[in-house]
Design a protein around this ligand. Sequence first.
Ligand SMILES: C[S@@+](CC[C@H](N)C(=O)[O-])C[C@H]1O[C@@H](n2cnc3c(N)ncnc32)[C@H](O)[C@@H]1O
Ligand code: SF4
Length: 390
Amino acid sequence: MTTGITLNLQRHYLTIAEHMRTIISFDGEGRPIVAFRHGTNYVRGLSGEVLRKRVLAPGQKERRKLDDAERRTILAELLAETERMIEQIETTAPLEARNWLERIRRWDVERLEAERERFRSVYKPISILPPDQYRALVLQATEGCSWNRCHFCTFYRDRAFRIHAPASFRDHIQRVKEFVGAGLGLRMAIFLGDANALIIPQPRLRELLQVVHEEFTIGPEANFKGIYAFLDIFGAERKMLAEYRELAAAGVRRIYLGLESGDETVFRLLNKPGSPAEAIEAVRTIKAAGIAVGIILLVGAGGERFAAEHVQHSLAVLAAMPLGPDDIVYLSPLIVPPDSPYLAQLQAYGSSPLPETAINRQLEELKRGARAVVSPGTKVVIYHIEEFVY
Ligand SMILES: C[S@@+](CC[C@H](N)C(=O)[O-])C[C@H]1O[C@@H](n2cnc3c(N)ncnc32)[C@H](O)[C@@H]1O
Ligand code: SF4
């Protein structure tokens, strides 16, 4: 009898599917990681959060983290579906898969939900990562943001900035390893958290990177291909070429900078540290050291009054940066956090927020414009912050 159920056993994950209508994948510990069911996608992060992604109408997508009740309901449904599928194939599955299915069966909703507390004992909240790093292993070399005053950004308002000492960093890493367990195989890179780990003074950063290398093998042949981090522009101007070269030698492969806008006025309105001109200089230095960059632009920043200048000057700044095939330009549509000073700031500058349709138009304009000014091969991609779950 054919069941319509297929198992896909990979080195670091197992997928079980029924007629490709229900697809659920699990990490090496047996925890669900992604699922597709009734036309809806779910992503469950290490934090235990579940993101739901679905198309509501043509051109209208929902990307939302589920609340506690919704999350428990969907986890219960997914686990029940899983059990039903396992029962149909367990006797015919190869031995290696059967062992994995047993690990999957050990999870129930309560145990999955208890992971949230375990996560909180290991990590401070992981507020955001660049989209190409969603599957990185985050190591919080710092906690929070050393600046924490950009008017549109509330990611790190809940914690004070702190740099780990080597001993406490090693302790954090060991707890991360224990928590992630066999799920480590899914993680392809190390991301040094939080908002701008590369602001750490070089002697301390050297020690912390040494700890990372003692705990993990990193390199083109290893599971972890490299080390990645955010850097705010204020910090970037402080490191010299020789220091970036040292970071490149220590495995740092790409640095992400929130430029947000190439327009001086919008930049000030946002209260970003540094300036667009300093961002260009920082990118030149980083690239000269052999490290790639990810440049983030904030779509809709500055509102109605500065829309034209924001686009024009942001594209001019991108054109002045020596971006190549390893580099990425991210376009992040602005979502105004209700508790941020951004709207008051717009008003003080005589501007007003762009409606969603205008933000979408600006997104297209920046996408086309960026592709025209960067060299062929540089990726220009959209960065939806609501899509992030770790
Ligand atoms: C952690 S932050 C930036 C990293 C680094 N601290 C910096 O400023 O360069 C990551 C990115 O998230 C985006 N972001 C932050 N708040 C946002 C918001 N309210 N709406 C849309 N994007 C936002 C910004 O583009 C920002 O550069
Ligand atoms: S955008 Fe970057 S520098 Fe600004 S507050 Fe957020 S994390 Fe800090």
